[in-house]
Design a protein around this ligand. Structure first.
Ligand code: SF4
Length: 281
């Protein structure tokens, strides 16, 4: 399918990319920006900002949209990772830090403890900082979620990623209702809750709007909607390039039904300009 002009992202200054990569390599850190081949990497790394990806660079699930390395034998958990992220965030002068992870179904707590340690390390190292976590579903494990909730991230983000009818192809090892349950639990615990979906995977507009209603009902405060772009030839194909007008329509609909913040556009990703919602709280 031909890429329309509006879906072509210009690369930012490459100097910013090289400088950020050097800092990340120095401390052995991963980012979803690189692993997921995010189209915004030039812009974000040049700011500079990045979304740290904890628990290694290898995922235990096989989601069709995602280009992060997948393997049944992921890496050991690095005990220095929380401190290294905190030091890197400080070196970069970040005021809002987004931390995500690969899914670690092999770990007893799904990696929730490492999220908690990372939140604590960042808050202990940098005063007046906000931390947003973008977590996996932890298979809905309440004890794992409790570890993350008790670390009190400023924003709890978990993406449902797509409409429920597309779960079998997009998130075959996940469950839409279970993800809504994770969001509900975070809301019930008094956290600010965010989620996101991709458009262009074959959903229709009515399904997107129904998902926005589900997210509102689950207690979401903020939702991001962005165009799915096939990261590698091994990932799901793009079914449609959603027009900027339709993205605006989704945004207007989300706000109309009562979501506090909806960020919708071709290059919107969960963590894209995440500081805007964080600072508007
Ligand atoms: S939008 Fe998010 S994932 Fe993409 S480059 Fe920016 S910070 Fe990284």
């Amino acid at each position: 399918m031909r890429l329309p002009d509006w879906a072509k992202k210009k690369l930012g200054a490459s100097g910013g990319i090289h400088a950020m990569k050097a800092i990340l390599r120095k401390r052995g850190l991963h980012t979803v920006c690189e692993s997921a081949r995010c189209p915004n990497i030039g812009e974000c790394f040049s700011k500079p900002t990045a979304t740290f990806m904890i628990l290694g660079g290898v995922c235990t699930r096989r989601c069709g949209f995602c280009s992060v390395d997948k393997h049944q034998s992921p890496l050991l958990v690095d005990p220095h990772e929380p401190a290294n992220i905190a030091l890197t965030a400080k070196e970069l002068g970040l005021r809002h830090v987004v931390v995500t992870s690969v899914t670690r179904d092999d770990l007893a707590d799904g990696g929730a403890g490492q999220f908690a340690l990372t939140i604590k390390a960042i808050k202990d190292t940098i005063s007046d900082i906000s931390v947003e976590v973008l977590t996996p579903d932890f298979n809905g494990d309440e004890a794992a979620l409790r570890l993350v909730f008790d670390a009190r991230p400023d924003i709890f983000n978990h993406n449902v990623e797509t409409v429920p009818s597309l779960y079998p192809v997009v998130r075959p090892q996940a469950d839409y209702r279970s993800s809504l349950g994770v969001l509900k639990a975070a809301h019930s615990d008094g956290l600010l809750v965010k989620s996101g979906i991709m458009a262009g995977l074959g959903e229709d507009g009515g399904e997107v709007k129904a998902t926005l209603r589900d997210l509102l009902e689950a207690g979401c405060d903020a939702v991001t909607i962005g165009q799915y772009l096939q990261p590698t030839r091994n990932n799901l194909p793009v079914k449609e390039y959603v027009t900027p007008e339709i993205f605006k329509e989704y945004e207007a609909y989300g706000l109309e039904i009562g979501l506090k913040h909806v960020y919708s556009g071709t290059f919107v990703r969960s963590s894209y300009n995440a500081e805007i919602f964080a600072s508007s709280r």
